[in-house]
Design a protein around this ligand. Structure first.
Ligand SMILES: *Cc1c(COP(=O)(O)O)cnc(C)c1O
Length: 485
């Protein structure tokens, strides 16, 4: 194969080439504004249509995607997303409506939001639902504003300003708490990867606004003391928040409301099969008990005599975005849940758990398992054994690219050294898992026999090892013409 043409579009420019033919204008010509208002530094590439198409198509082929390769990226739930979801979201009745249209003209769309609210309420056992938040982190922020409003209404707003957060938490949890004006106090984990209940008991007091717990927790484990934990917090008058970004392992098997959680969010763009990555649109509905529903952010769709109406609860914490949330994602999640049904939803959870435990059991002779017990939807392994021979989790991840597999999440959670967080997801076949396991075993051998090979991986990707620090500090975001000398 010929070497890939790596020139940027600007570098392919040849004066006079065109990709478009502009028709003769059928309106009067208007003179350009005064020359002082015109830019002359705006260089545009001069290329043919064929060159533009080839350039962008080649770029798209450099992408790694769930639709092309295996993607065991822990905590991100990169499962396969049924194409039917996209088909439904592109129906004109959903894709060609305007958020300012009168409610009577978009009854079908409002009904979808309403039914998704109901389904998410049923799945999580938290009946108050707003699909407004545009990301998991924004769902957290909304949930924490709700907790603050609740304490303020009880006259405790000034004192209850602490968020207790485990040391294994996803980074967005402390960030959202700080943005909501809460002081973050860290709760240590015990040697089994659970929240240290003794520490929690000592830290929970009349200043506790909320305790935030990821469930299953960020080392992929179910907290066995969950009922005790929620009771400790409730006894002090605080609320308990569930980060349910990845609910794969619980769907249809356990309800957050029944475990004692008051507030939660879930990521439609993880658990409910919407494609994500690259900072694209997301949706992180916030879910609460009936008691807290009056604080939910707009929009809420309610049903009144068979009519669906958009509204905002009495004591709403406000609005987090311009209109009705990421509606296309709402349609995808709705389609997915309807497609699955209750039995299908349960099968998602069971298969997610089986797949993670299968991978863990097959790899535990080759890599250390952070906590050697049954896991939920993901397993956290550690490359500390390989590190003794100079091979890091990063080297292993980069080497996986050579075998056509996306790296797992690395160096997270922070409490596990050289962490490799593997989430197989339920949509992968045993053959795919076996191929992944075989590659990981091969890499473990390579780490012993030829560490150099791993330090310089990847070897057959479009880019080799990047200087990530320089890329982050001095990013080249703009094409500059070469200085004329
Ligand atoms: C992904 C994730 C989040 C944040 O979701 P975003 O949509 O990226 O803001 C929060 N918590 C956990 C556990 C996650 O995996």
């Amino acid at each position: 194969m010929a070497a890939m043409d790596r020139r940027l579009l600007m570098e392919r420019s040849v004066a006079g080439r065109r990709a478009v033919t502009v028709p003769e204008p059928d309106v009067p010509l208007t003179p350009l504004p005064d020359a002082s208002l015109l830019r002359d530094d705006l260089l545009l590439p001069e290329v043919t249509e064929g060159e533009v198409v080839r350039y962008f198509t080649l770029l798209s082929q450099l992408n790694f995607s769930v639709d092309t390769q295996y993607y065991p990226l822990g905590s991100c739930t990169m499962k396969y997303n049924p194409k039917l979801n996209d088909e439904m979201a592109s129906l004109p009745g959903f894709s060609e409506i305007h958020p300012l249209q009168a409610d009577e003209t978009v009854q079908g769309a409002l009904r979808v939001i309403h039914e998704l609210q109901e389904m998410l309420g049923e799945i999580t056992g938290l009946p108050g639902v707003s699909v407004g938040p545009l990301a998991g982190a924004q769902g957290e922020f909304a949930g924490l504003l709700i907790a603050r409003a609740f304490h303020e209404d009880r006259g405790e707003g000034a004192v209850r300003n602490v968020a207790l957060i485990p040391d294994s938490a996803h980074g967005t949890n402390p960030a959202s708490a700080a943005m909501a004006g809460l002081e973050v106090v860290t709760v240590p984990s015990d040697e089994h990867g659970n929240v240290s209940v003794d520490d929690l008991r000592n830290l929970a007091n009349e200043r506790t606004a909320v305790f935030m717990l990821t469930i299953p927790n960020t080392v992929g484990l179910f907290e066995p003391n969950i009922l005790e934990i929620t009771k400790i917090i409730h006894d002090t008058g605080g609320l308990v928040y569930a980060d349910g970004a990845n609910l794969n392992a619980l769907l249809g098997l356990a309800k957050l409301g029944e475990l004692g959680f008051d507030i939660a969010h879930s990521n439609l763009h993880k658990t409910f099969s919407t494609p994500h990555g690259g900072g694209g649109p997301g949706s992180g509905p916030v879910l609460v008990t009936e008691e807290l529903a009056k604080y939910l952010p707009a929009p809420i769709v309610s049903e009144n005599d068979g009519k669906f109406v958009l509204g905002s609860p009495d004591r709403t914490v406000g609005r987090l975005n311009g209109f009705q949330g990421s509606f296309g994602i709402v349609v995808r999640a709705y389609t997915y849940i309807r497609l699955m049904g209750l039995e299908g939803i349960k099968a998602v959870a069971r298969n997610a758990i089986i797949n993670a435990n299968y991978v863990q059991s097959q790899l535990k002779d080759d890599f250390d398992v952070a906590y050697d017990r049954f896991c939920m939807h993901e397993t956290v392994m550690s490359a500390r054994r390989q590190k003794a021979n100079g091979v890091s989790a990063l080297d292993i991840s980069k080497r996986l690219i050579d075998y056509g597999i996306h790296p797992p999440t690395m160096y997270f959670p922070l409490i596990v050294p050289e962490a490799l967080m593997i989430e197989p997801t339920e949509t992968e076949s045993k053959e795919t898992l076996d191929a992944f396991i075989a590659v990981m075993k091969k890499i473990a051998e390579e780490a012993d026999a030829s560490p150099e090979l791993l330090h310089s991986a990847p070897h057959n990707a479009a880019n080799t090892r990047l200087d990530e620090a320089t890329a982050a500090r001095k990013p080249v975001l703009r094409w500059e013409p070469e200085a004329a000398d």
